[in-house]
Write a protein that binds this ligand. Structure first.
Ligand SMILES: Cc1ncc(COP(=O)(O)O)c(C=O)c1O
Length: 421
């Protein structure tokens, strides 16, 4: 409809429906669109190169349109709109990676990677083939004490982890062969399991040994580790008492964080209309296999051309992003939502609070509103996969001067060094 003569003028396609806007988006592909402008947030805004270049034969090869300018990349993003682009692939981190059919723009697992790298609209081609040979094809996956080849690592279709999202998980990271804050991750996993009355059939020491074994089997010193414990196979009914054998799974992978340009430029995010779980329904402190409302928030972000979404709690206060915690900085003080705002108690969040305090900054865990985010001097996110990354725009409002602020940069560097110590 965006380019359809019947689309009412001054409307835009947003969040699954047509909404009013001040300039017709068709202008984006219209010869009358002023050069060096882009369609963003319902209006034309200046930019240094016309996005039209994205589909323009004159765009230099191996460049992409990102953050208002052309940046180098290893594969030409024009492939995104090119019939030759392999099905179910997306442009991420300078290369084509596999994607969901309906999103083809970003995906990043829990804290794991995802990203669209342009303001092009996502492709919706329903396809299946991966972009490239899978570099982890030879990897081993640990399941209940055995290392399986990736293609043989399977669980039952009757597993309640699949049928109902009944289970818990963790995302960890290894730096130089050492897992960052392993004890804290294991404690959170065991606490999550306890809260859903799921008994993990191995000890923490056995889990730690199995992680080490899996990393070694895959030759990974620096990597991402996913721990999953499912309720196990049962009947089609909900009753967990009719399941047996929880499945303990360890997947290790290369760590795919945001591209370096994003760490220098900062992220643009939106506030999602999907709320974080109500703590009286399912506590966000439980890292359960059920992330559906975070996924809805992620989809909303993607549709808005952003990589992350801020989620509010049932009181309308700031909670966290879909897979990261959030910090604001106002007049030199760090502000972050407290646990009772309905957040996952992030392990990176905890480490950053310690680092900030030991660097002489005051850190307050206080209830925050969207307004506090809008008027913050700096905003950043923390998570195992992303570490520390600045947010420079939210809901079309620039944060500070629109680039990562000095305290964010300092803490980002300190955390980077600390995690690798
Ligand atoms: C909802 C949510 N919030 C925050 C985080 C960040 O937590 P951590 O720093 O422990 O990775 C995650 C990471 O998985 C998450 O899923």
């Amino acid at each position: 409809m965006l380019v359809d003569a019947e689309q009412p003028p001054n409307t835009q396609w947003f969040g699954g429906k047509l909404t009013p806007c001040s300039v017709r988006p068709a202008l984006l592909v219209d010869a009358k669109q002023p050069p060096n402008t882009q369609w963003f947030g319902g209006k034309l805004t200046p930019c240094s190169i016309s996005p039209a270049l994205l589909v323009d034969a004159k765009q230099p090869p191996n460049t992409q349109w990102f953050g208002g300018k052309l940046t180098p990349c290893s594969v030409r993003p024009a492939l995104l709109v090119d019939a030759e682009q392999p099905p179910n692939t997306q442009w991420f981190g300078g290369k084509m990676i596999q994607s969901l059919p309906q999103l083809a723009s970003l995906t990043r697992g829990d804290g794991s990677p995802e990203v669209p790298l342009s303001i092009q609209s996502p492709t919706t081609r329903p396809t299946t083939a991966p972009a490239k040979p899978d570099s982890t094809a030879g990897f081993k996956i640990w399941i209940n004490g055995t290392l399986f080849d990736k293609q043989d690592a399977k669980v039952s279709v009757y597993d309640h982890g699949l049928l109902y999202g009944d289970g818990v998980f963790e995302g960890l990271r290894s730096y130089g062969g050492k897992v960052f804050r392993l004890d804290r991750h294991l404690e959170r996993l065991w606490n999550s399991a306890k809260a859903i009355l799921l008994e993990i059939p191995i000890t923490r020491a056995e889990m730690a040994k199995a992680i080490d074994e899996t990393l070694k089997a895959n030759g990974l010193d620096d990597g991402y580790i996913r721990l999953i414990v499912t309720r196990g196979a049962g009947t089609l009914g909900l009753d967990p008492n009719r399941t047996s054998n929880p499945q303990v799974i360890i997947i290790t992978d290369y760590i795919a964080v945001y591209p370096e340009e994003l760490y220098s430029a900062g992220l643009e995010i939106i506030t999602s209309s999907s709320l974080r779980n109500h703590p009286a329904a399912l506590s966000p402190r439980i890292k359960s296999l059920n992330y559906l409302n975070n996924i809805l928030a992620k989809i909303e972000a993607t549709q808005a051309g952003c990589l992350e979404a801020l989620m509010l709690n049932h009181k309308g206060e700031v909670a966290e992003c879909t897979a990261d915690n959030i910090f604001l900085i106002k007049e030199g003080v760090l502000l972050t939502p407290p646990t009772d705002a309905g957040i996952l108690e992030g392990i990176t969040r905890e480490a950053v609070i310690e680092l900030a305090r030991s660097s002489g900054y005051e850190v307050r865990e206080v209830a925050l509103t969207r307004h506090d985010v809008y008027i913050a001097d700096e905003v950043f996110l923390t998570g195992t996969a992303v570490e520390v990354i600045a947010v420079v725009k939210i809901d079309s409002r620039k944060i500070g001067n629109g680039s990562p602020g000095p305290i964010t940069r300092e803490l980002k560097e300190k955390f980077h060094a600390f995690a690798r110590k």
